[in-house]
Design a protein around this ligand. Structure first.
Ligand code: ARG
Ligand code: ZN
Length: 879
């Protein structure tokens, strides 16, 4: 544990590695009390290195070094230096073989980085810098080597032994032990190394690639999960096909494996040929997973699979380039999900996450560019900015180039850089070279942090028949970055006439068929666009499809918003108009007297949505979701959370009372008696019914209560069971609530993925008793400090979703979170650093919150022996 300030790594200091590794030979002896790792590295000096005589330095972390040998000769301790985080050998030839033996303790590894144990099995997580917890190695992504891995373990406890590539040899050893040797023909950085050993069941399937190669697909899970693999396997096959069809990418090894582990810091990991998943991101059955979980699993399976090309075949030169693989791969998985379901709904979901959470990150003390310039702890940079904003940046290139040129660009990128470790700039260059477009200004999206703001105004000249739209862009200052240059922004728009039809967009640029939609390109601080032959004052539909990750301000009237809600030909903007209307109504009630009138247009608009079955039900289901408290807070200046919470609750109550009959009718209209299906229509039906239920129970409606209790009992799927449970938990029907919570736990107590949901539904609810309730959940038999999913589902969900309780006026929520962060930091710094996030935003809030949030951060800062992870977040937030 460090007490000094951790050191900062800068992009500008990048140098090519001094040594390269051609081949890695690993032998793992796995035991209950530890593991011995024999590593043989075939190394040579890098001809491109400027330092042609320097010492060899290998990274290490928490290793017990047993021996070092150079070209077969054992070195004595005078010939090397073990600095703990570095093994230094001053005198090495130009090419050599280095043998290192280390002893590690996976069963004591609570950080879940490197090799660790999770419910009896051994598994690894090496990205970003976990491999150095296994053995000494140049742990950086631009060192790519071929790996051969032999695993030895007790045969009865660990019948399954897995690593990357193909299994080339297996056999029995003395004392009931056995071994398997794996060989990966593709050079890879060590962060893609993986090992699994356990008593797992194997599910097999296969896939025939476009060129006719037969791939063995295997899933490995604990026996109790053997009925929860089908969805992931199907998703995998769909992903493999899709990547062939849409990107021309074929799978390259003969085997593709997926493993589920219960204890995992993140969602999943794309290790070459051996993807390892958090159980909650891969296991599903109708009875145990909600529709949302099914969709999430499909997306994550696809994401990890797509990394095989965007990440593994072409990888990152250094960790500043993380978005090269993550932004691109998130873009690819969202295109995939969009193709598998409803594109508009997928876009709404992506934008909701972006605007709620990424915009907040971009406006806070941890704001950083898509390609950061420095970091203390790279684990802290697996962020919404790297992933989601990074995906938006790729999406904008797609919009600017169009699908054909974009595909040409991605083909060129994969062809040019196959087998290399490259930069985001290489990616953009490939797009430029393939399309002939100049993206030099566009590159600012990678360099400048902060969310651009577009301030828009317009003028209609009836006499001249012209419509002028003025767009001004401004990019706010962020830590360490001021006075930014204007960015290159694709801005899609349409203009609606009085009957709601798209008007032809005639501009001076030509007299060919005027399109109904255009993508304008903003490159300057201010532009004025003129449209001609405009016969009446239009209602503008701005930033269609959310064509850029920016904030838009325009003086819409509520009447215009209601109009766009029902007429815009762009489904995304129909939804967005509804959100803007609701935000406007709720915001105007913040701090207003209790009897202030609530906009009747909102009720009318929602009634229309609910009662017209001819509307796209998937879109309607989304439109009926009120903006979240988190989003309202994000939009507000100096938010008072309690006031926002009350205003939103008031609107919800008013809507539910006014629409009671419509809600009941809507609930009854939707037939959910058929077989469970995962189609957009079926998902929308369940979502609508459960929204209706939630609203009815929000006003403690007796009839609604009976419907909910009945639905809870009869449900044949988790979406409906959870919908009913959630509605009851958030209602005032305390007796029913306690009863269903108890029944639910009794039924599912032996299923960790369901227990996590049971925790979340309670920890997210302000109705169930506040902080005491959270403490009770933490004292529950199923809570486990060592399991990140449990910590997230109770503490993370509390601080991130139960905002009225977290932001209690007395600061108790903040102090509570600080206590938990401090406690967790000793065992799992990565998760501890994530949990701090809500406190980091203290400057944004009204002083009633901000001062006490700051005090909670100081409380964490003053703890002795803070990890580098938490240190970085806390110190940057207080700066
Ligand atoms: N590459 C993984 C993914 O995109 C995430 C790995 C995260 N690892 C970490 N140490 N934060 O799915
Ligand atoms: Zn990823």
């Amino acid at each position: 544990m460090r007490t000094n300030q951790p050191k900062t790594t800068y992009l500008k200091d990048y140098r090519v590695p001094d040594f390269l590794v051609d081949h890695v030979d690993l032998r793992f002896e796995l035991y209950e009390d530890g593991a011995r790792v024999h590593s043989t590295l075939s190394m040579r000096r890098n001809p491109e290195s400027v330092d042609s005589r320097g010492a060899l330095e290998l990274d290490g972390d928490s290793l017990k070094l047993e021996s070092v040998a150079l070209d077969g000769d054992a070195l004595d301790t005078a010939q090397y230096e073990d600095l703990g985080d570095l093994l230094v050998i001053a005198d090495v030839p130009d090419a050599f073989e280095l043998q290192v033996v280390t002893w590690i303790e996976p069963h004591n590894n609570t950080r879940l980085e490197g090799l660790y144990k999770s419910s009896g099995m051994f598994c690894t997580q090496c990205e970003a810098e976990g491999f150095r917890c296994i053995t000494f190695f140049p742990d950086r992504p631009d060192v790519m080597a071929r790996f051969r891995t032999r695993i030895e373990a007790d045969k009865s406890s660990y019948p399954i032994l897995l690593s990357n590539g193909n299994d080339i040899e297996r056999g029995d050893l003395a004392d009931g032990r056995h071994f398997v040797t794996w060989e990966d023909p593709f050079p890879k950085p060590c962060y893609l190394f993986a090992l699994v050993a356990g008593d797992l069941v194997e599910k097999r399937d296969n896939f025939s690639t476009i060129s006719g190669r037969d791939i063995d697909l295997r899933m490995y899970v604990e026996p109790r999960n053997s009925e929860k693999c089908e969805h992931a396997m199907d998703s995998l096959k769909r992903s493999m096909r899709w990547d062939e069809e849409v990107y021309g990418r074929e799978y390259d090894l003969d085997i593709f494996m997926i493993v589920a582990v219960d204890d995992f810091n993140m969602g999943a990991m794309e290790n070459k040929g051996l993807n390892i998943f958090n159980s909650s991101c891969v296991l599903a059955s109708q009875e145990t997973a909600t529709d949302l979980a099914f969709q999430r699993i499909e997306a994550i399976v696809a994401h990890e699979y797509f990394h095989n090309w965007s990440g593994n075949r072409v990888t990152c030169r250094d960790w500043f380039q993380l978005s090269l693989k993550e932004g691109f791969t998130v873009f690819r998985d969202s295109q995939f999900s969009s193709d598998m379901g409803s594109p508009t709904v997928k876009r709404i979901e992506d934008v909701t996450l972006l605007r709620t959470a990424q915009f907040a990150e971009d406006g806070g003390p941890m704001a950083h560019p898509v390609r950061p310039a420095s970091y203390m702890e790279i684990s802290n940079f697996y962020t919404l900015t790297i992933y989601e904003k990074g995906a938006e940046v790729v999406r904008m290139i797609h919009t600017l180039l169009g699908p054909e040129l974009f595909r040409k660009g991605s083909d060129l990128y994969f062809e040019r850089h196959d087998g290399q470790a490259v930069t985001t700039d290489d990616f953009v260059k490939a797009m430029e070279d393939a399309s002939g477009r100049d993206l030099s200004q566009f590159r600012l999206w990678y360099e400048q942090a902060g969310t651009p703001v577009l301030n828009i105004s317009d003028r209609y000249d009836e006499q001249a028949g012209t419509y002028n739209l003025t767009v001004e862009q401004a990019i706010p200052d962020t830590p360490g970055q001021e006075d930014k240059r204007p960015q290159h922004i694709p801005f899609a728009l349409g203009l609606l006439d009085g009957s709601g039809n798209d008007m032809p967009l005639k501009m001076a640029d030509g007299d060919d068929d005027a399109p109904a939609e255009r993508v304008l390109e903003l490159t300057e601080t201010s532009h004025t666009f003129e449209f001609n032959d405009v016969s009446e004052r239009p209602v503008p539909s701005l930033l269609r499809q959310f064509s850029a990750p920016v904030r838009v301000t325009y003086p819409w009237t509520r009447e215009q918003l209601q109009f766009l809600m029902s007429h815009d030909s762009d489904g995304f903007n129909r939804w967005d108009a509804g959100q803007r209307l609701a935000v406007d109504v709720i915001s105007s009630l913040v701090g207003a007297p209790d009897k202030a009138e609530i906009e009747p247009r909102l009720v009318a608009a929602y009634r229309h949505l609910m009662s017209d079955p001819s509307l796209d039900q998937a879109l309607v289901a989304k439109m009926l979701q009120l903006p979240s408290e988190a989003y309202l807070i994000e939009l507000a200046d100096s938010p008072d959370v309690q006031a926002i919470h009350r205003a939103r609750e008031r609107v919800l109550t008013h809507l539910a009372i006014s629409l009671r009959e419509d809600l009941l009718a809507c609930y009854r209209r939707i037939d959910c008696t058929g077989v469970y299906e995962l189609t957009p229509v079926a998902i929308a039906g369940r979502s609508l019914r459960n929204t209706a239920l939630a609203w009815l129970l929000h006003i403690d409606d007796e009839e609604g209560r009976d419907l909910a209790v009945n639905q809870f009992r009869e449900a044949d799927n988790m979406t409906d069971r959870m919908g009913a449970l959630r509605a009851l938990v958030n209602s005032g029907f305390a007796a029913d609530r306690d009863q269903v919570l108890e029944a639910f736990y009794q039924q599912f107590s032996d299923d960790p993925q369901v227990v996590e949901q049971w925790f979340s539904v309670q920890s997210s609810s302000p109705a169930t008793g506040g902080l005491d309730q959270i403490r009770q959940l933490m004292a529950h038999e199923a809570f486990d400090w060592k399991n990140p999913n449990k910590v997230r589902s109770v503490i993370g969900v509390f601080a991130g979703q139960n905002l009225a309780t977290f932001h209690a006026a007395d600061g108790s929520g903040y102090r509570f979170l600080a206590d938990q962060v401090s406690r967790l930091d000793d065992s799992n710094p990565q998760i501890a650093a994530r949990l701090v996030t809500p406190l980091t935003r203290w400057k944004k809030f009204a002083p009633v919150h901000g001062d006490q949030m700051k005090a909670a951060l100081e409380q964490i800062r003053d703890k002795q022996g803070l990890s580098r992870d938490v240190y970085e977040v806390v110190h940057k937030s207080l700066a």
